[in-house]
Design a protein around this ligand. Structure first.
Ligand SMILES: Nc1nc2c(c(=O)[nH]1)N[C@H]1C(S)=C(S)[C@@H](COP(=O)(O)OP(=O)(O)OC[C@H]3O[C@@H](n4cnc5c(N)ncnc54)[C@H](O)[C@@H]3O)O[C@H]1N2
Ligand code: MOO
Ligand SMILES: [Mg+2]
Length: 421
């Protein structure tokens, strides 16, 4: 008798997966290697930035009170007592009607509270001494970059779980992080199952196809922030597959297989889970593609049994495996980012199960729009190439028309969403 499976909703399935909280691990890595990794702790300012008052211009530092009489009709003269390059500190006190020549980034002399730019002054010499004149007054604080104006000691600047971008790298350098605490990349084991599978370099043979899933899933794992450990292809042979899968499970944080989860004669994963003693969270989700996606847990490790059909494995990964990887990277927003967009084309097929339509998202006059990126069938591979989003058409709905607003899930986004969507 063929096993009858009871489908659960996408939301129930996601909740079942997310109930098993996995935590991430911290590792220290060199700053140069930290791009696109995920911060394992908040970045807190350990000092003010800047940590001293400094000049934002090349000019002259002065006491603003000495300039109150200056105007277009009343030029003022000041003696230049010192020259300060960036990195120097003043050694000669600036007194009444004196200035220090100061370059951008140099620390302000303690007595000075304003800077006049070089271009607004005239320089001259008198009795072997240097002087400047200018025709204006300055306010207290004018042209000063103040201590702490960028960040104050103790400020939380970047939250744990944030993906490190070039701006964050600059900030980490500013605070002296030669090594950066990041989340260790979860190690994701991967098998492709199916006796029909050829390697990428092999010529086609009758009845056989090239294994594309593991390559696409590997890229998805990396996009999500995980590390791929590809264990190769498995023929549909029970003992060999059981041995390989249970051995690999010891070595990884989570294990993904593609294929062999439906009810066919050579769909071996359900029996393999049983022999391992894994707790199957679900084996049927009311969605297309990916309805036979199966997720099991053994000893706090996930086994993701993704369907063999390329688009079904793609979608199953993004909905169920990605949030686990992102949780292990400490993000508060582990799910695909959800937005609303307008359909730019009719989609008239009814949707008995929730449909995750592969779509291309684009902007038109400030409005997000989507169109299907190709044919909507589970076994179709070409529509994945053009997809940058999945459009969610809820189960039980009939056709959708151009102009209808629909929920979409963004595939290339780094921000993510919280649950519930
Ligand atoms: N009687 C039923 N038959 C099927 C059902 C069902 O409910 N009752 N579900 C269908 C749905 S929906 C899907 S999706 C597939 C799922 O099949 P499996 O997960 O068991 O995967 P396989 O049987 O191993 O392969 C399915 C299909 O995908 C191709 N494939 C497999 N691996 C790869 C790979 N690595 N790269 C590229 N393509 C791959 C494989 O050759 C098959 O064509 O079951 C339906 N059947
Ligand atoms: O799982 Mo199948 O991909 O629903 O079509
Ligand atoms: Mg099958």
């Amino acid at each position: 008798m063929v096993e009858r499976r009871t489908p659960i909703s996408i939301a129930e399935a996601v909740e079942k997966v997310m109930k098993h909280k996995l935590t991430g691990h911290v590792e220290l890595i060199p700053l140069e290697d930290s791009q696109d990794r995920f911060l394992a702790q908040d970045i807190i300012a350990t000092n003010d930035i800047p940590h001293f008052n400094r000049s934002p211009y090349d000019g002259f530092a002065l006491r603003s009170k000495d300039t109150s009489e200056g105007s277009i009709n009343n030029p003022l003269e000041f003696e230049v007592v010192e020259e300060l390059a960036a990195g120097m500190v003043s050694t000669i006190p600036v007194q009444k009607n004196q200035v220090a020549r100061i370059m951008t980034g140099a620390q302000m002399p303690a007595e000075c509270d304003a800077v006049i730019m070089l271009e607004l002054t005239k320089e001259f010499e008198k009795d072997g001494k240097k002087y400047i004149s200018f025709k204006r007054s300055l306010k207290e604080g004018e042209n000063v970059s103040f201590q702490g104006e960028d960040a104050k000691k103790g400020d939380v600047l970047v939250k744990k779980g944030t993906a490190i971008n070039p701006g964050i790298i600059g900030l980490l350098a500013t605070f002296g992080y030669a090594e950066v605490p990041v989340a260790r990349k979860p190690v994701v084991g991967l098998f492709a199952t199916g006796s029909e599978l050829l390697d990428v370099h092999e010529p086609l043979q009758p009845g056989k196809i090239r294994n594309s899933n593991s390559h696409a899933i590997s890229a998805q794992i990396r996009r999500a922030g995980g590390e791929v450990r590809f264990y190769g292809k498995l023929k549909d042979e029970f003992e060999l597959s059981y041995e390989a899968i249970s051995t690999a499970l010891e070595e990884v944080d989570l294990l993904i297989t593609t294929g062999g989860v439906s009810v066919g004669d050579f769909d071996l994963l359900p029996d393999i889970y049983q022999k391992i003693g894994a707790d199957v969270l679900f084996n049927k989700v009311a969605m297309r593609p990916g309805s036979v996606t199966t997720v099991a847990v053994y000893n706090d490790k996930f086994l993701f049994g993704l369907s063999g059909n390329p688009s079904a494995s793609y979608v199953g990964f993004e909905l169920f495996a990605r949030p686990i990887i992102r949780t292990m990277l400490f993000t508060e927003y582990p799910h695909l980012r959800k937005e609303t967009a307008q359909l730019a084309e009719d989609f008239l097929k009814p949707n008995p199960f929730s449909r995750l339509l592969r779509t291309r998202l684009f902007y038109e006059s400030g409005q997000l729009k989507v169109i299907p990126s190709g044919v909507d069938k589970s076994n179709i591979t070409t529509s994945l190439a053009g997809a940058n989003s999945l459009t969610v058409l809820p189960g039980g709905t009939r056709g959708f028309q151009t102009g209808d607003f629909v929920d979409i899930l963004l595939l290339d986004d780094q921000e993510g969403s919280k649950w519930p969507w």
